[in-house]
Design a protein around this ligand. Structure first.
Ligand code: SF4
Length: 358
């Protein structure tokens, strides 16, 4: 692994910039957070309700399954009512990709492992090109082409990369470049290897994820390791955390992964100690409340909530604003300097009024 890091800063690999709806991604654009809806696509009110919640949580691109004609026919109503790009997720039936493009979808995700004959993929590429839309080539270890499975025995990283490179060649041979690629495995190490190998061989933007990562807590942590390790290596232009729970939690996890690496600048970072027997203030409650109130303020600041003087003053002085707890009170620091002692009952309001003025 090459060290694409300066002190406190990731050196991103430069990929090709593409356009998905009104959004640019790849190149030097921010890393985008994606998710996927869970109601039946033809249930437009439920889909729109969920997309609204996803957008509120920070989702920037949303994917909907287009598994049959009823789903395709629902696309115009969905597209009319959402503000973020919509991707049609296609498996098996290339005609659904054509239908989705006809209905104005911003991007089509095709899976080389199950789309079938090459000419079908070419039809989809031509349609996306004619419509000025985007494609995502979505290779997945669970649905690799049979000849590659036979060749490699298992969906190893090299097999995923070969599948992706074959599809990339097919797309680029049609003189079409407005596409991104994903190459997901449910094994974090294989996933890392696959993306790292592929990133050496293409300039296409890469959509990261650990596929089928699992339940809310375990899947979030697995994704943080899997996606985070790639981001640290400078790889990745969009991300999706795949969880077996409400997709709003996927988006929150994705947003937090980016924030933890300094890759999201429209929200604060909350540093909070785990508390221990030394703490004389309720660190958990204070940290939770500060996070809840400060997250939506759009400020790229670091806030420290610390239980005592062991690490409290140090972390608070390094943060933009911080509090170090003492006996029933706390010392507040702003931009490295103490600005006052506050009783515990007033800590939250005092901190928030200072944060709001920053
Ligand atoms: S900062 Fe103080 S209260 Fe918080 S974990 Fe460290 S020693 Fe415990």
């Amino acid at each position: 692994m090459s060290l694409n890091l300066l002190e406190g800063e990731i050196q991103r690999r430069r990929t090709r910039e593409i356009t998905v709806g009104k959004l640019k991604l790849g190149g030097s654009n921010p890393i985008r957070v994606q998710s996927m809806t869970t109601p039946k696509t033809e249930d437009v009110p439920e889909v729109l309700k969920q997309i609204k919640d996803l957008v509120t949580a920070g989702c920037e691109i949303v994917r909907v399954t287009v598994n049959d004609q009823r789903a395709a026919d629902a696309l115009p109503d969905i597209l009319r009512n959402v503000t973020i790009p919509v991707v049609a997720d296609i498996h098996f039936d290339y005609k659904m990709a054509l239908e989705s493009l006809k209905h104005g979808v911003d991007c089509v995700r095709i899976n080389p492992g199950n789309i079938g004959a090459e000419w079908k993929t070419i039809e989809v590429i031509k349609a996306a090109k004619d419509a000025g839309k985007a494609l995502r080539i979505g290779v997945n270890a669970g649905s690799l082409e049979k000849p590659l499975l036979k060749k490699y025995g298992h969906p190893v990283s090299e097999a995923l990369v070969e599948s992706a490179l074959n599809a990339i060649a097919l797309v680029e041979n049609q003189d079409f470049y407005n596409f991104k690629v994903s190459i997901k495995s449910s094994n974090v190490i294989n996933n890392y290897r696959a993306y790292a190998l592929l990133s050496e061989k293409t300039e296409a933007p890469l959509h990261l994820g650990v596929t089928e990562a699992g339940t809310k807590t375990y899947g979030s942590i697995k994704s943080a390791v899997g996606i985070g390790s790639l981001l640290l290596s400078g790889i990745g232009d969009t991300i999706r955390v795949s969880l077996s729970c409400d997709p709003v939690d996927e988006v929150k996890a994705g947003v937090y992964i980016l924030k933890s690496l300094g890759l999201k600048t429209d929200m604060p970072e909350i540093i909070a100690c785990p508390s221990c027997g030394r703490a004389d203030i309720d660190v958990y409650r204070l940290a939770e409340e500060v996070e809840r109130r400060a997250l939506g303020l759009g400020k790229n600041i670091k806030i420290a909530v610390m239980g005592c003087v062991v690490n409290g003053p140090g972390e608070s002085m390094e943060a933009d604003i911080g509090i170090a707890g003492g006996k029933g009170e706390g010392l507040v620091y702003k931009k490295g300097k103490p600005i006052g002692k506050v009783p515990e009952s007033q800590m939250l309001d005092f901190l928030m009024s200072e944060i709001e003025r920053m």
